[in-house]
Design a protein. Structure first.
Length: 297
């Protein structure tokens, strides 16, 4: 859910409450709070721009191979990006306005353009919450374990983990390149996990659950440095969306050993070669988010 929809929610509900409550809601959900400016300068990333060849459905370079497939089942439309990298650090993260903090948003295509991304999906919308372990491009930005996360390691592997049982420093020592903090985990050891359709995410006002058929974004790993990025359209007459287990099944059926759910709804977005390739909410428009995952090119 983006800040736009949350603003609408607040306008129709919380902001109708007089006095300090509305001021608190504005501060908590709307006003930007920058904790780290020029965040990208904390990591020195190798320049790989201008080294690849893009077509309408793929991209190849010395460091990445990307294939884009759009699947239309009649009821549901989703886009799958099959990505093979030579180095895990080619899978990168970027923040809206290059700033880390609460409520800072930009359209995924704007963030992607600023970093020269070949392929982009929305991230975990870390900026809506103040908990979770946030490590991006090998740098710790937050260390407040709260939920099940996904750790992406520099060796090209990934694993689900309990944020409350470790620290950001320990993860960095293990070689973690990114953490993602949304969830739930979808697939482990190639198997769809039980009970994921009943999981609630961010059980706060306006975001009580992600149950039922919804637009979805997820990331999965088939093998070392071989990734699947999936964006499912939903809430439109063109695509109904999928359940959490339905998203998990897409990953499992394509051979993912591990997969993880990211922010969904109107945030679910994939940008390839500068163009929006899915159809968020059937409107063909992006929605602002706090962060992206991208393949550098």
């Amino acid at each position: 859910m983006s800040r736009f929809s949350r603003r609408a929610l607040l306008g129709g509900g919380l902001l109708a409450v007089a006095g300090g409550t509305s001021a608190w809601a504005l501060d908590r959900y709307v006003i930007d709070h920058v904790e780290v400016a020029n965040a990208s300068q904390l990591t020195e990333l190798a320049d790989v721009s201008g080294t690849g060849t893009a077509t309408a459905t793929g991209y190849t370079s010395g460091t990445a191979a990307v294939t884009i497939e759009t699947v239309d089942t009649g009821d549901v439309t989703y886009v799958v990006a099959d990505v093979t990298l030579t180095d895990a650090t080619i899978l990168r993260s970027a923040f809206a306005n290059d700033q880390f903090g609460a409520n800072i948003i930009a359209n995924p295509s704007e963030i992607a353009s600023g970093v020269g991304a070949v392929l982009t999906i929305n991230g975990d919308y870390y900026g809506f919450r103040d908990t979770g372990i946030v490590i991006r491009n090998g740098v710790t930005f937050r260390d407040r374990g709260a939920r099940q996360g996904l750790a992406i390691l520099r060796n090209g592997t990934a694993r689900l983990y309990d944020e409350t049982a470790t620290t950001a420093a320990a993860l960095i020592d293990e070689g973690v390149w990114h953490t993602l903090s949304f969830g739930p985990g979808l697939v482990s050891d190639g198997r769809v996990l039980d009970g994921i359709d009943a999981v609630e995410i961010d059980t706060n006002v306006g975001n009580h659950s992600v149950q039922g058929n919804q637009p979805r974004t997820g990331i999965g790993l088939i093998d070392t440095n071989h990734w699947l990025l999936v964006v499912v359209d939903g809430r439109s007459d063109k695509s109904a969306g999928v359940t959490m287990s339905g998203l998990a099944r897409i990953f499992a059926d394509r051979g993912a050993s591990v997969a993880y759910n990211l922010d969904g709804g109107g945030s679910s977005t994939m940008i390839f070669n500068g163009a929006l390739v899915n159809d968020p909410l059937g409107r063909g428009k992006e929605r602002g988010t706090s962060d992206i995952l991208y393949v550098a090119g």
